[in-house]
Design a protein around this ligand. Structure first.
Ligand code: ADP
Ligand code: MG
Length: 593
């Protein structure tokens, strides 16, 4: 461990520029001042109002698509809900502007959560179709429910609060709203919820196993996205004093999506850039309108070129350039030693599995397996390829539902729990094919692991980062904490995955072939790491094919063959068992030597 100066506060993940926040506030204030002071035509005012309110809605897509990776083709519908609430609420029912804005936002949030709820069973294309259907339903209701919505005629003469009656002041107010909401979205990324969303986006399965409630995270992302859509729409209605159904159609949802993709889906700055450009480009090309078709062709070509040559959007591209200039040497920090309680004291048995079966149709991948794992040791699960080892781990961690049998962890029956609840109960695991969140840094990956409810770090962000650094130090990777894991070697990725599991302070650590794909020096490091973990009193269940590794670290071995347990006991005895030699090594006793 090296000691050196630190420039970051303990809770900080990325070192931030100290003048970042004041500069941002100044920028927003300057934009507001320009909006108020600089004289402008009605045309410029309208364009600016449209861009500002649209950008708020596009911020929602930064959350749901950028952070959480869920497609939402109904943002115009949420925008419309907010706009109609402000329009109808004031003109038909005489309700106060702010109350209308609040109601519209709540209604949008409710429908957003409902749409998010459909992700329980649907993903990918199906989710896209559900959001499109919702969008179409909203459009149809706006057009056809004439007694309430006025139908295609829309709502006219929508007022706004007296002190905002001047267009320029209203614009300044919208800029302030955009600035505040953009700031919140920017910060969301590095909160517990933001990390959970990014984990769900990068690898949903690993997110569940790391203790994240995947479903609730998606519902929240949709609700937040809808809230921003609703606020944007409400302010839009106040700005233009007229709304009609065609302003909130599916085509507009596509425009919103294009805006966020064009600007860069990963950051609120991208949302603002994309919105500004897509509203301005058509205006810049207005002089071409005399030649029919040319304007649309150039507009389309410009969008396609940007998307093709800047796959991460304009802001993603600019960031890449900036990062190449910065490449700052990040300070190494001293980390405290990782505390592992190993589940504390308890009975001698950590895991008690009885009659566990998993059938895939006619295939009995796991067949009535009993397994008792004692506290504080290393227990190996071995067997030929296809003998059901990974399937056993998947049933233990809740990725597969057991066909039969019971699983008791530390005295708690976890047989029916979903993956994240099992992690909360004290399971930690790694995967045969590494499942990290590849676009996140090593530290962020491990922080999500440390966030397990009940883990020693609790809810304090500083303690979380501290614990995550300690876990990285434990696997000797603290120097690379702030690097994105996709740049790591295979061996280092494995180590990060183990650190992520350790950070949650599990009662039992499940490792699926941690030695697979490692070179010989990496294997030596792995063996040392396993011994260090074991020395802290944490119980390990390991699958591995490397008999040298297994015999060196494991005190107990269970052998599977065709899904059935064929041997179980102390390592030395099991490895000598004739059935094991026959089934696992294939040939006579000589091969076992
Ligand atoms: P091991 O990890 O011991 O090599 P697995 O547990 O991966 O073996 O696989 C055990 C058996 O179950 C294999 O025959 C495999 O093809 C089958 N299997 C595993 N997962 C599935 C699945 N999701 N659907 C159908 N069959 C599966
Ligand atoms: Mg396997």
């Amino acid at each position: 461990m090296s000691t050196s100066e630190t420039t970051t506060a303990p809770g900080d993940i990325r070192p931030r520029l100290r003048w970042g926040v004041p500069a941002y506030v100044l920028l927003v204030l300057a934009a507001m001042a320009i909006a108020i002071v600089v004289p402008k035509t009605g045309y410029v005012l309208n364009i600016s109002l449209q861009a500002t309110t649209y950008a708020i809605a596009v911020l929602g897509l930064t959350i749901v698509l950028g952070l959480c990776g869920q497609i939402n083709l109904a943002q115009a519908a949420f925008f419309g809900l907010g706009a109609y609430a402000v329009g109808l609420g004031q003109t038909h029912y005489g309700v106060n502007f702010w109350v209308c804005l609040l109601i519209g936002t709540c209604v949008a949030a409710g429908f957003g959560a409902l749409l998010g709820a459909s992700t329980l069973r649907l993903g990918g294309h199906y989710l896209a179709m559900v959001t499109i259907s919702f969008q179409q339903i909203v459009t149809l209701v706006l057009i056809n429910w004439i007694p309430v919505t006025n139908g295609p005629d829309g709502v006219r003469a929508i007022p706004r609060p007296g002190f905002l009656s001047d267009g320029s002041i209203y614009l300044a107010f919208c800029i302030a709203a955009l600035g505040t909401l953009g700031f919140l979205v920017w910060h969301l990324r590095d909160t517990r919820l933001g990390r959970a969303m990014r984990a769900v986006r990068d690898n949903e399965l690993a997110a569940g196993v790391a203790g994240i409630d995947v479903y609730r995270t998606k519902v929240t992302a949709f609700a937040l996205s809808a809230i921003l859509g609703g606020i944007g729409g409400g302010l839009f209605a106040g700005g233009f004093s007229y709304v009609s159904p065609d302003q909130f159609s599916f085509a507009e949802s596509v425009v919103f999506l294009t805006m966020v993709l064009l600007g860069g889906v990963a950051s609120p700055i991208g949302a603002v850039i994309g919105t500004g450009l897509l509203i301005l480009i058509p205006e810049w090309l207005r002089f071409l309108k005399s030649i029919p078709g040319l304007y649309l062709a150039i507009y389309g070509a410009a969008v396609i070129l940007i998307v093709v040559f800047m796959p991460d959007g304009i802001w993603g591209y600019l960031r890449g350039l900036l990062d190449r200039f910065k490449r700052a040497v990040l300070p190494t920090r001293t980390s405290a030693a990782l505390q592992l309680s190993g589940g504390g004291q308890g009975s001698e048995t950590v895991l008690e599995v009885r009659g566990l079966s998993k059938h895939f149709g006619g295939l009995k991948a796991v067949d009535e397996v009993d397994l008792t794992i004692r506290r504080g040791g290393v227990h190996a699960l071995i067997g030929p390829n296809g003998s059901g080892k990974t399937t056993t781990l998947n049933v233990l961690s809740g990725l597969y539902k057991a066909t039969a049998g019971s699983i008791v962890l530390n005295g708690q029956d976890i047989t029916g729990l979903p993956p994240h609840a099992r992690t909360r109960a004290g399971l930690g695991r790694t995967f045969q094919n590494i499942r990290l969140w590849r676009s996140m840094t090593a530290l962020e990956n491990v922080m999500v692991g440390a966030e397990r409810p009940g883990s020693p770090a609790g809810n304090d962000p500083a303690a979380l980062a501290e614990r995550a650094r300690a876990a990285l130090a434990f696997v000797e990777l603290e120097d690379r904490a702030d690097e994105v894991v996709s740049s790591f070697s295979y061996g280092h990725q494995r180590a990060v995955e183990i650190a992520r599991a350790l950070a949650g302070d599990p009662v039992l650590l499940l490792l699926d072939e941690p030695g697979a794909g490692l070179n010989s020096s990496e294997k030596v490091e792995l063996r040392d790491l396993l011994k260090r973990i074991s020395a802290r009193g944490l119980t390990i269940l390991i699958i591995d094919h490397d008999m040298t590794l297994v015999s060196e670290v494991a005190q107990h071995i269970t052998v599977l063959n065709f899904g059935r347990r064929i041997a179980d006991g102390y390592s030395a005895d099991v490895l000598k068992h004739p059935d094991v030699i026959a089934a696992y090594l294939g040939t006579g006793p000589d091969a076992a030597a």
